[in-house]
Design a binder for this molecule. Structure first.
Ligand code: SF4
Ligand code: SF4
Length: 296
């Protein structure tokens, strides 16, 4: 390929639909590819890739208020004002719960004794690593920190830089589940979205919401139905509904417990069982993605 790296984001309407196992299963077929794990709430691609850690950088995780007890006159104004109930009075002093504080700064402005300041936290981390499949960039959330989408954008930005540096053809992003800010951050500017779903009413409902979100970005979408054989009737309904929307089904993956077994051993299914029929299914999905990318 003689163009900028083609960025594919794997998404699902909710967690646990098999996004990560699909990324891992296709990793052996992608050739020159950089991987980004943007499911930062539950980044687990590294558990399968078992990469060599190259660098870890702290990343701002938001601001929290801190009370300087020496200056505090115990007037209680801050506690009355905080609508996040982040300020408590215990053991004879006012203190801020860092897990509840949203860093809005109202207490800082209101404190008559100027005893409160805002501190920037750097509890999140960006991790750069190298694996048998290629470079892997991922994010790690600090304890109690939320994924606002900024860390997702940063992981993608760094994966893109790595891909350009190394002349990679592909960037494969394991995206965050759902349709919130982190998922939106992972779609912006991507070349192709692969939506993974399961054959159930809730699976279809989640997929519809996801398609509504991706539709706003006009990013091309292909769908993969995981564990399709658990409810074949529902799988057929989903396929028909997608056909009406002119959205391609790039693959239907049957249920196979050996996928989980392989992941527990730190392997993708094609690595653990290269001759298993499912290895062929994953290879075909990747080949269809390649063809779709060629047409975009
Ligand atoms: S407003 Fe300021 S002085 Fe009053 S309790 Fe809070 S920190 Fe202490
Ligand atoms: S910064 Fe905002 S959320 Fe945090 S303690 Fe002060 S008023 Fe409450």
């Amino acid at each position: 390929m003689n163009r900028k790296p083609f960025e594919i984001v794997i998404l699902s309407g909710k967690g646990g639909t098999g996004k990560t196992s699909l990324v891992a299963a296709m990793a052996g077929f992608t050739g020159n590819c950089v991987f980004a794990d943007c499911d930062v709430d539950a980044a687990d691609l590294h558990l399968i890739f078992q990469p060599q850690l190259l660098k870890e950088e702290s990343f701002p995780s938001g601001s929290k208020a801190v009370i300087d007890q020496q200056d505090c006159t115990s007037c209680g104004v801050c506690m009355d004002l905080c609508r996040f109930y982040a300020i408590q009075f215990s053991h004879g002093q006012y203190a801020i719960d860092p897990f509840a504080c949203e860093g809005c700064g109202l207490c800082v402005v209101a404190c008559p004794a100027e005893a409160i300041r805002i501190e920037e936290n750097h509890l999140n981390a960006l991790v750069y690593s190298h694996s048998r499949f290629g470079s892997l960039v991922y994010g790690r959330l600090g304890i109690g920190e939320e994924n606002s989408g900024k860390l997702v954008s940063e992981v993608r930005k760094n994966a893109r830089e790595k891909a350009v540096q190394t002349g990679a053809d592909w960037i494969l992003v394991d995206g965050p589940p759902g349709i919130g800010c982190p998922a939106i951050s992972s779609v912006t500017g991507a070349d192709l979205v692969i939506a993974v779903t399961e054959p159930s009413r809730s699976g279809w409902h989640d997929l519809e919401r996801l398609l509504e979100m991706t539709g706003k970005f006009k990013t091309p979408v292909g769908v993969v139905i995981n564990k399709y054989d658990l409810r074949e009737e529902m799988s057929e309904k989903i396929e028909k509904a997608l056909e009406q929307r002119k959205l391609p089904v790039l693959g239907k993956i049957p249920y196979e417990e050996k996928v989980v077994q392989a992941l527990v051993e730190g392997k993708s299914l094609p690595e653990a069982l290269p001759d298993h029929p499912l290895t062929g299914v994953f290879r075909e999905i990747w080949e269809k993605i390649e063809r779709m990318a060629g047409d975009i």
